[in-house]
Ligand binder design. Structure first.
Ligand code: UD1
Ligand code: CA
Length: 458
């Protein structure tokens, strides 16, 4: 059993290079804020405790899962000041792993490997490094003759950095394991540079005390990549997206056009489901098996059962049961619950409504705040008039109902099982079971009308 360890996630930087009103670590990668990727990796690696370091009032703490405790960096600038702010929350004993909130793809395997190396080497600090990235702007690893890490040269500001140091390709990716008591003791001795207290400043303090620092090096470039500006974010998002699509493909999902498909993190897709070009899956969505999705379909916070087909459709906050068919051009809004085998067809919008098994709404309709039973057929152009200008009301339509074209239901109103409506009816009163509801003026033909209007013989 590896020793238990605490993870500190540094997330209190200003991220000025993002040029954004949103804190850097809240920028999403494949729909999930960067800092949440890091927290998930920490949990998956087996962290006993996760502490996230934020600034008071920056909004980062609000969205965090309650498995995480928060330490506020109230004063001081720099990564060293960040870690000092978490001294109490960390307990300052045993092994502390430090992660950077702006390296979102750090893998749980890599964190576990770092901790294992740290334990095996018995070092005071173990630094995660790589030579797989463009080293510009990163801290460079200066090793001693025995391979131990002596210090890290920051290259964000290059004045005073030697050509030899700039030639080093091995960089610090801002992920470390420390022996906590030594870490906090050394941090107190670190001098400020460029108005900041650098966490990397602890290494020369350790060296002066004869304490050993080792490196754990990785070839996994994606896991190592950091985000300082939005160009980095674009690169990293593309990599994360590719990894997600590959994982779904390996799990049995067919993705016909990976370049035009966007799938957020943490979305479940069952096997033998096919994603046609132009599909976007967002938020907390889940898709069953053997679904045919797209082309050009956007699904947000929606659960689909098995065997669902959705073409050219926009689904948001809906629940769709097995074998339902949607579109082309269906719009499901929050609270739409579509029963098994139901059909929501072309230019049909459904909001906050339950549509029963086998019911069909094939063309040009708006169904809002309604409950429709099973195996009913809603004619073309049916509208629920659910809003009287002040309040919303419900329409209830039974099972095996057949409504004719252009029926308007003025809610609250009820149509019984097996009932019919006549074409063009405005239904304001309940229709009993099995009845035909007709509500329109009868047609009048005015004979000879054209002649009277234009008496000249044509
Ligand atoms: C840091 C490292 C550098 C490394 C690089 C990897 C230092 C001094 N340098 O530089 O060696 O190559 O990361 O990306 O540590 N943060 C706080 N509070 C602060 C400042 C920063 O919590 O006061 C957080 C940021 O939110 C970020 C992380 O620490 O998640 C790194 O900060 P950043 O300013 O991006 O450091 P780099 O200049 O990239
Ligand atoms: Ca950074």
């Amino acid at each position: 059993m590896p020793e238990p360890f605490t993870v500190l996630v540094m997330a209190a930087g200003h991220g000025t290079r993002m040029r954004s009103g949103l804190p850097k670590v809240l920028h999403p990668v494949c729909g999930k804020p960067m800092v949440e990727w890091v927290i998930d990796a920490a949990h998956d690696a087996g962290a006993a405790q996760v502490v996230c370091i934020t600034r008071p009032g920056d909004g980062v703490a609000q969205g965090l899962p309650d498995t995480v405790s928060v330490a506020e960096q109230i004063e001081g600038e720099g990564t060293g000041a960040a870690i000092l702010a978490a001294r109490e929350a960390s307990g300052a004993v045993g092994t502390v792993v430090v992660l950077s909130g702006d390296h979102p793809l750090v893998s749980s395997e890599l964190i576990a490997d770092l901790v294992a190396t740290h334990g095996r080497e018995g070092a005071v600090a173990t630094v995660l490094t790589t030579d797989q990235l463009d080293p510009a702007g990163y801290g460079r690893i200066v090793r001693g003759p025995d391979g131990a890490v002596e210090r890290i040269v920051e290259t964000k500001h290059t004045e005073g950095v030697s050509a030899e140091e700039l030639a080093i390709r091995e960089i610090n990716i801002g992920t470390y394991a420390f022996h906590a008591p030594d870490l906090f003791a050394a941090l107190g001795e670190v001098q400020g540079e460029h108005g900041e207290r650098y966490l990397t400043g602890v290494l020369p303090v350790f060296a002066a005390k004869g304490l050993r620092v080792v490196a754990h090096s990785t070839d996994d470039a994606s896991s190592a990549m950091g985000v300082n500006d939005r160009a980095d974010l674009m690169d990293l998002d593309a990599r994360a997206q590719r990894q997600l699509l590959e994982a779904h493909a390996r799990n049995g999902v067919t993705i016909l056009s990976p370049d035009s498909t966007r799938v957020d993190a943490d979305i479940h897709i069952g096997r033998d489901t096919t994603l046609w070009p132009g599909v976007t899956l967002r938020g907390r969505s889940s898709l069953g098996s053997s679904c045919e999705i797209g082309p050009q379909t956007t699904i947000t916070d929606t659960a689909l059962g098995d065997g669902v087909a959705a073409r050219h459709s926009f689904l948001d906050g809906a629940v769709v049961s097995d074998n339902a068919t949607l579109g082309p051009f269906a719009y499901l809004r929050p609270g739409a619950r579509i029963g098994p085998g139901a059909k929501i067809g072309t230019f049909v919008e459904v909001k906050n409504s339950e549509i029963g098994a086998g019911t069909k709404i094939p063309h040009l309709s708006y169904i809002g705040d309604a409950d429709v039973g099973e195996n009913s057929n809603i004619g073309a152009g049916n509208i629920t008039a659910n809003y009287d200008g002040q309040r919303k009301h419900r329409t209830t339509i039974g099972s095996r109902v057949k409504t004719s074209v252009d029926t308007a239901f003025v809610a609250p109103v009820h149509v019984g099982d097996g009932a019919y409506t006549g074409a063009g009816s405005v239904i304001t009163d309940d229709v009993p079971d099995g009845a035909l509801g007709m509500a329109r003026t009868r047609q009048t033909n005015i004979e000879g009308y054209a002649k009277r209007k234009d008496p000249k013989p044509g």
